[in-house]
Ligand binder design. Structure first.
Ligand code: FAD
Length: 590
């Protein structure tokens, strides 16, 4: 097909994604005087970061004594020891600085009486290497992500970042040597296709919670960065680890922040029993999310669930009083009223574990550079490609992410990737020539959708995928269901290859976007199913019914899934931090 008739624009850096991570990186790069393009499928401030409720983790110690080393310990433990300890040290040490930076950008944090940033307790945040809960979550009511995203957007407007709003990146451009030279993108409104050439391409495309039926994620969270990477031959790391948030609104999936439990709310079963102390005697309702989700799933399985079907539990917050709820949790109050039809100051909220966060992603080092087996050789830095935020696997979250560590991850690695890009671009001042087939893959995908007759219906195939993932790869994973799941998801993938947009006269361009998104979702779904079926242990978010224990002898390693041939490989966990001693492996109790 070649590149004939395709418009081309050239930038120093192209960033795909205008969530917290993409905008933090863009700000640093634009302020350094580079020509930066940021693409987003939606208006930047509608990115999923806007929905983050609870807060940003940083050991400011504004309420009780705290330090980065305790934060690091909690993160390593929370990750069930699968997190890379060099990256975790890097993130926890940088946390106070990136939060103060944000404060200086104008972020409207809540305040303590003494004027310092308000901090609340959160799951797994502890003092003194796990001894007692500590207030570490820096919050703006229960709308922290909203405040953060608007702050970063305003700063980017001032710094002259170029936004491509409602533009969708379709595929990476990689030359014969494997170097990345930019992306091919499509304007959603007009379907115009364009090449965006850049010396550095940064993926900040967010999560892929939409592979599941019940998810707290926005509809746009379709794993596009992962799909593009997988199609370009880059493996996906640790995809078996998805976090199920304990408290999605029953029936709706909308998130009820852990901030509710941070403010003193707790979970009860159908007998009105506060059950978490039986599972986590010290941290109780503020144990790590995987622990709380499994506890709820167990209560339900053993017949102590609530409601006529016994299929959920209740989150009690009425004892906090109307005033606290209105001041600290106003968004939660609205969500409870709207989606559960209860006023949390009067009645408990029905909740159930819901797919929430993807721990895996595109493999990077802690400078945001993508590292992958490359040019037939061993693992090395992929020239020109970077990834940050939820689409990246650094890995700081290992097998389970602690609450508030994601917003932190966006800020720390957004800024660090930008710093690294500036350094790398000084060494490569000129763009490499584009290969003649730069746009062939995405053009072929578009052509398939338009020309195939009797193709599969996108919505039906998408629903089939979500149903398979929900049934075969949920909170608890069973050997027979996983084996079936692998076969079923393969069958769905074959159907995805045959999807088409029927009856062109009635097609909105959103149908085209949904079809293109499904190409990405199915890559993520297959990676998750294959990696989950292969990992014969329970660790963090991955709980196997047939292998209930963590197995460090065999499984203390990261998985790498290659789309081609569904091949799995493994690489060691980086247990050595930068300056301190490693935390030795321990059983994880809360
Ligand atoms: C309801 C909810 C509450 C949460 N609360 C918290 C919390 O309190 N604390 C915390 O630490 N974490 C929280 N998290 C997790 C955290 O918010 C996310 O992990 C994080 O915001 C992801 O940021 P991101 O920059 O990686 O991507 P996102 O904010 O998801 O942004 C992705 C961007 O990529 C763009 N994009 C995607 N694909 C394409 C494409 N093909 N072409 C062009 N653009 C594309 C989108 O338009 C968007 O701009 C929460 C998550 C959810 C869902």
């Amino acid at each position: 097909m070649g590149n004939v008739n395709i418009a081309k624009r050239t930038f120093d850096v192209v960033i795909v994604g205008a969530g917290g991570s993409g905008m933090r990186a863009a700000l640093h790069l634009s302020q350094a005087g580079l020509k930066v393009a940021v693409l987003s499928k939606v208006f930047p401030t509608r990115s999923h970061t806007v929905a983050a409720q609870g807060g940003i983790a940083a050991s400011l110690g504004n309420v009780k004594e705290d330090n980065w080393h305790w934060h690091m310990y909690d993160t390593v433990k929370g990750s069930d020891y699968l997190g890379d300890q060099d990256a975790i040290e890097f993130m926890c040490r940088a946390a106070p600085e990136v939060v103060y930076e944000l404060e200086h950008f104008g972020m409207p944090f809540d305040r303590l009486d003494n004027g310092k940033i308000y901090q609340r307790p959160f799951g797994g945040h502890m003092q003194d290497f796990g001894k007692a809960p500590v207030e570490r979550a820096c919050a703006a009511a229960d709308r922290t992500g909203h405040a953060l995203l608007h702050t970063l957007y305003q700063q980017n407007v001032q710094a002259n970042t170029n936004f491509f709003v409602e533009w969708m990146a379709l595929d990476l451009i990689r030359d014969e040597e494997g170097d990345v030279l930019g992306v091919v993108a499509m304007e959603i409104e007009t379907s115009e296709v364009m090449i965006l050439q850049a010396r550095a391409t940064l993926f900040a495309t967010g999560g892929a919670g939409r592979i599941f039926q019940a998810s707290t994620n926005a509809y746009i969270n379709t794993g596009d960065g992962l799909g593009m990477a997988a199609r370009a031959g880059i493996p996906l790391e640790d995809m078996e680890f998805f976090q199920f948030h304990p408290t999605g609104v029953y029936g709706a999936g909308v998130l009820i922040s852990e901030g509710v439990r941070g403010e003193g709310g707790y979970l009860i079963n159908k007998d009105g029993e506060r059950f978490m102390p039986r599972y986590a005697p010290t941290a109780q309702d503020l144990a790590s999310r995987d622990v709380v989700s499994r506890a709820i799933a167990t209560e339900i399985k053993e017949g102590r669930g609530c409601g006529p079907h016994g299929d959920h539990v209740l989150l009690k917050a009425d004892h906090l009083g109307d005033a606290v709820i209105r001041q600290r949790l106003p968004g939660i109050r609205e969500i409870a009223l709207k989606f559960a039809h209860v006023d949390p100051a009067q009645e408990p909220i029905p909740v159930v574990p819901t797919a929430h966060y993807m721990m895996g992603g595109i493999p990077t080092n802690y400078h945001g550079q993508v590292v992958a087996p490359y040019k037939t050789g061993p693992e090395e830095v992929v020239q020109g490609l970077y990834a940050v935020g939820e689409c990246a696997c650094v890995s700081v979250h290992g097998a389970n992410r602690l609450g508030c560590n994601s917003l932190l991850d966006l800020l720390v690695f957004g800024r660090e990737a930008a710093r690294q890009i500036i350094e790398d671009l000084q060494r490569s001042p000129h763009p490499k020539p584009l290969p003649a087939d730069a746009a062939d893959r995405p053009l072929a995908r578009l052509a398939r959708l338009e020309t195939q007759t009797n193709g599969e219906n996108v919505a039906e195939v998408g629903a089939a995928m979500r149903q398979v993932m929900q049934t075969h790869c949920g909170v608890f994973r069973f050997p027979d269901l996983l084996a079936e799941g692998v076969a079923k998801i393969r069958a769905v993938a074959e159907r995805v290859q045959r999807t088409a947009i029927k009856d062109h006269s009635k097609v909105f361009n959103t149908a085209r976007v949904e079809a293109l998104e499904l190409d990405n979702l199915i890559e993520v779904a297959q990676a998750t199913m294959h990696a989950a079926a292969a990992r014969e242990e329970s660790r963090g978010g991955h709980a196997r019914d047939d292998f209930p224990k963590r197995d460090d002898d065999k499984w203390l390693k990261h998985s790498l899934y290659f789309s081609e041939g569904h091949k799995l490989d493994y690489k060691p966990v980086r247990l050595k931090p930068l300056t301190v001693e490693s935390f030795p492996l321990k059983a994880r109790v809360y």
